[in-house]
Design a protein around this ligand. Structure first.
Ligand code: PLP
Length: 397
């Protein structure tokens, strides 16, 4: 059988062929191995595999499965990591990476602008098990410096924050974290694996919710932890395989197909997002258009150095507050009101009343999540239809 599993090919080739394993029938498309278990040729073979499973040998789907392994290899090729562990959701990946490596007495520094469930793990769960957590403004390098200590074991942040699209400088934060020996764990969802060079820039571990751009078509929950073979197989795998957060083979198959097109999709979505940001900038109904690709974005220079693009997400701040935001959302015809992101369908979210509803208003104010803020995940529709939809909804104010 021809072997396309080479890491010397270019990105789009890796995304179509990387990690593919074929059965004796030589199927063209990746097979979905819907099996929890694997049968052994003999009792001695079972004993040997339990003693030490080989590179492509499986025991039980919670530990690994051929379709899941194909997904892990393909996303690891895209990110340029030695290995990866696929998880049932993005949150299983965040929780798994942190809990697998931390123990009572450890200290963690994290950026304050976090996805709600990530904040719950850091503020509620980890302290319950004796891990001390310090939250900082992720864009303030002096704040990182002041919070890091000799007992800091991990640093955690979203490289582009939700929903205010602050960009955190991976290189600068990693250099400071490594000076105290901390492991840098980056939740890279908004940056997307297409633009990420996080490992080259200093991150030790990169996490994706595959639910977002990797699926990109709103079908499944999934996640992945990427890092060195040592970290993935010695630290992450034992924790994940015994605690049940592994990815299902069906999910892995959907996500393998998502990876085949992710480069095309994310680049097209980014081009549309950039065009919409330019069209909306300066609109009289808007107090602000937030897009890392615009030169007036506070971390525009960091975004360009780190990602080379502004990404697929865009936020607009309505001068008229909640009332104006709701009127615009209700007037949209193409863009759907929902809370997912990275999807082929464009989605608008009002964070203050949905995804960030439970955050106290004072904290929302600190995070810059005002009542007029609308987050837009730009999809694959025609840019003119999206522009007409947004400008039409704004003109009704
Ligand atoms: C969605 C998301 C998660 C959680 O992913 P799920 O797949 O929904 O569990 C974590 N971090 C960020 C930044 C996200 O956007």
């Amino acid at each position: 059988m021809k072997d396309n599993r080479t890491d010397t090919r270019r990105t789009r080739t890796k995304l179509v062929h990387g990690g593919t394993k074929r059965s004796q029938w030589g199927e063209l498309s990746e097979a979905m191995f819907l099996t929890q278990g694997f049968a052994y040729d003999s009792a001695a073979a079972a004993e040997a595999r339990f003693l030490q499973a080989g590179e492509d040998e499986y025991i039980y789907a919670r530990y690994g499965n051929p379709t899941v392994r194909m997904f892990e290899e393909r996303i690891a090729l895209l990110e340029g990591s030695e290995d990866g562990f696929a998880t049932a959701s993005g949150m299983a990946a965040v929780n798994g990476a942190l809990v697998a490596m931390l123990r009572a007495g450890d200290h963690v520094v994290a950026a304050r602008a976090l996805f709600g469930s990530c904040l719950y793990i850091l503020e509620e769960i980890l302290p319950r098990y004796g891990v001390e957590v310090t939250l900082v403004d992720g864009t303030d390098l002096d704040a990182w410096e002041a919070a890091l200590r000799p007992d800091t074991k991990a640093v955690f942040f979203e490289s582009m924050s939700n929903p205010t699209l602050e960009v955190i400088d991976i290189e600068a934060v990693s250099a400071r974290a490594h000076a105290v020996g901390a492991t840098v764990i980056v939740d890279n969802v908004f940056s997307t694996p297409v633009y990420s060079r996080a490992l080259d820039q200093g991150a030790d571990v990169v996490i994706y919710s595959a639910t977002k751009h990797i699926d990109g078509q709103g079908r499944t929950l999934g996640g992945v932890i990427l890092g060195t073979r040592e970290f993935i197989r010695k630290t992450v795998e034992p924790y994940m395989k015994h605690t049940g957060g592994s990815m299902s083979p069906f999910t892995a198959w959907v996500l393998l197909k998502g990876l085949e097109t992710i480069d095309l999709r994310v680049r097209a979505q980014t081009e549309t997002a950039a065009a919409l940001a330019r069209r909306l900038a300066g609109h009289p109904a808007l107090a602000q258009v937030i897009y890392p690709g615009l030169t007036d974005h506070a971390q525009h220079e960091v975004a360009m150095r780190q990602l080379g693009a502004g990404g697929t997400m865009l936020s607009i701040d309505l001068a008229g507050g909640k009332d104006a935001a709701f009127r615009v959302l209700d007037a949209l015809e193409v863009i759907l009101i929902s809370n997912n992101l990275g999807d082929a369908k464009s989605i608008a979210t009002h964070p203050a009343t949905t995804t960030h509803q439970r955050i106290p208003p004072e904290t929302r104010a600190v995070l810059g999540i005002g009542e007029g803020l609308i987050r837009i995940s730009v999809g694959l529709e025609d840019v003119e239809d999206l522009a007409e939809d947004l400008l039409g909804a704004l003109s009704g104010l």
